[in-house]
Design a protein around this ligand. Structure first.
Ligand code: 13P
Ligand code: SF4
Length: 318
């Protein structure tokens, strides 16, 4: 019987141990920008959903340790089935994926048989398998713009990203009514108060935010687009309306600039994604030692989910 290690000694230098395990296992650690700073610092690659999917598809490492949420690790498995994919905490889900059960989405699509189905990557493998094309916040506008203007489209599961894409492309896609619990909680009123206190700051926001918040943004984009924007801008101060994990890379690459996390509604820490933050350095270490939790997927499902992913990669601007 395999013994599963469940705790970590406080004396252990986790940075050194993880580096050693990476070498011995021929593993790569991929981390999303919403992971805690320590995890971002030990990762081989930190990126947005599209960049992480590309890395997962291309890696030659035998093991992919995915420091992100479940749909991201599943995406890595879909794209690179011969690798072992580990997710430090299997409970790291996503409100968007949770709000779009495959059986209900199947019915929704069946009621509109002439519609092409585009799904945001933040969904389960089952929903991907029901879709024609996958997109991320980096390439959604570019992908929709490649489709004929008279093509009816269903877009799921994020209604806020869908609304934003409709506005940018002049379409009227039918939207599945899902939302991200982190991005929906930003308060327009508090954002305006913050803008008044920092009149020189630019507001940068993720398209998962509601329209009332996006209306005040000077730049809207995926996490990597927001990071690029602050790196290239001559401006010194930014109000950042997305999960606060991204501030780590912003501060690291622009130490002289000032980044202000946008306030959520209420006095909570809800601009941290509760799913992303389930991963810890200890859990990354334990996942490597135990080679578990592992993402395992039925091969028929994987092949069906791969097709719309492949279309996405082919339609994505470089
Ligand atoms: P991107 O990093 O692709 O912009 O996605 C943000 C997000 O919410 C991931 O769950
Ligand atoms: Fe899902 Fe929102 Fe968390 Fe991203 S930030 S993983 S969309 S719940």
């Amino acid at each position: 019987m395999l013994l599963i290690q469940s705790s970590v000694s406080a004396q252990l230098d986790l940075f050194a141990e993880i580096a050693d395990l990476k070498r011995r296992m021929n593993a790569v650690i991929l981390a999303h920008y919403y992971q805690e700073p320590d995890i971002q610092d030990i990762a081989d690659f930190v990126g947005d959903s599209l960049a992480l999917a590309r890395q997962a598809a291309e890696t030659r490492a035998e093991v992919i340790v995915f420091a992100g949420v479940h749909f991201m690790a599943e995406t890595a498995k879909i794209l690179n089935p011969t690798r072992q994919v580990l997710l430090p905490d299997l409970a790291a889900g996503c409100s968007l994926a949770d709000q779009c059960p495959a059986d209900r989405f199947r019915e929704f699509c069946a009621q509109r048989p002439d519609h092409l189905v585009i799904s945001y990557i933040n969904c389960t493998a089952e929903v991907k398998a029901l879709s024609d094309i996958i997109c991320t916040s980096s390439n959604a506008v570019a992908i929709v713009n490649q489709l004929p203007l008279d093509q009816p489209i269903i877009f799921g599961p994020d209604r806020n990203l869908g609304r934003y894409v409709n506005r940018m492309t002049g379409r009227e896609m039918v939207l599945w009514p899902g939302a991200c619990l982190v991005h929906e909680i930003f308060s327009e009123k508090k954002l305006l108060q913050l803008k008044n206190r920092h009149p020189a700051a630019l507001v940068i926001a993720h398209p998962e935010c509601e329209e009332a918040v996006l209306r005040h943004a000077d730049h809207i984009g995926s996490t990597s687009s927001l990071l690029r924007f602050v790196q290239q801008s001559p401006i010194q101060e930014f109000i950042v309306v997305t999960e606060s994990g991204i501030l780590h890379q912003m501060q690291k690459s622009c130490p002289d600039k000032h980044f202000i996390p946008a306030p959520p509604n209420g006095n909570c820490a809800c601009n941290e994604c509760p799913f992303m933050r389930l991963n810890t350095l200890e859990k990354v270490y334990l996942a490597m030692v135990n080679r578990s939790p592992e993402i395992v997927m039925d091969e028929t499902l994987r092949e069906r989910a791969l097709l719309p992913m492949t279309r996405m990669l082919a339609m994505s601007p470089v």
